[in-house]
Design a protein around this ligand. Structure first.
Ligand SMILES: [Zn+2]
Length: 245
């Protein structure tokens, strides 16, 4: 699952996972889980996170690899938050190839930059109670700039200001586009318009999954016919190989 911050990637990944009965593997959750269980990988990751540094790819890849080795992942997973860079996408391909698998579909939720800024910067917080939180689009106060509960003025944190958000996106978007291009080159990219209501986005994503994900009973007819893509390896075979060892 690919998408910029604010595109709704995490929410949609969770919804998809529930609808199609596949594990939702979020890299953020994996980090937290490994750190909580104090695994070797968790210890390594924590060391970098404590310094405010990015966790190196080899640590991240190892965590993903561990997760994919669990029985519930045998038929595939929905990856969320990974890969973040082209190097990670290449490493993921190598890792999956070793397991006899491959990325069946890259689902990209496409939201325009201006819309992302609106979504990410619309947060306002009550100056009296920090848990009175509003959002210009998602949860506007009845009167602009005033808390519904206690009438206190609303303030915007620096982090939530449009210019801060825009500067952050300036750094976050280019690596993501590299990953999007990487999967486009491999013929597995599915782009879904993310400006639509949440349910419409979910339906569009489900359609992409239905036409791309290998099916347990070898029913591959719909796969090739409905999306016009040709897979180098028939999905059913991919599934058989990723599951059996
Ligand atoms: Zn308030």
């Amino acid at each position: 699952m690919l998408g910029a911050p604010g595109a709704g990637k995490g929410t949609q990944a969770a919804l998809l996972a529930e609808r199609i009965g596949m594990p939702h593997v979020s890299s953020g959750d994996l980090f937290r889980d490994n750190i909580k269980r104090d695994t070797d990988l968790g210890k390594k990751a924590k060391k970098f996170m404590d310094q405010g540094a990015l966790v190196p790819d080899d640590v991240t890849i190892a965590m993903i690899s561990d997760r994919l080795a669990k029985p519930d992942a045998a038929d595939g997973v929905i990856l969320d938050g990974f890969p973040r860079t082209r190097a990670q996408a290449e490493a993921l391909d190598k890792m999956l190839a070793k397991k006899g698998g491959a990325v069946a579909a890259a689902l990209y939720i496409d939201v325009e930059r201006d819309e992302l800024i609106k979504r990410l910067s619309g947060r306002w917080v009550c100056s009296q109670q920090a848990d009175h939180v509003y959002h210009e689009i998602a949860k506007p106060p009845k009167k602009a700039g005033v808390c519904d509960v206690d009438g206190a003025p609303l303030v915007q944190r620096d982090d939530d200001k449009p210019q801060t958000v825009a500067a952050r996106l300036e750094k976050q978007l280019p690596p993501m586009f590299e990953v999007v291009d990487y999967y486009a080159d491999r013929g597995v990219l599915n782009t879904v318009e993310g400006d639509k209501p949440m349910e419409a986005v979910t339906i569009a994503l489900l359609h992409c999954v239905a036409t791309a994900v290998p099916r347990p009973n070898g029913d591959t007819k719909t796969t090739a016919a409905s999306n016009g893509r040709t897979a180098a390896t028939p999905p059913a075979e991919r599934l058989a190989r990723s599951g059996g060892r």
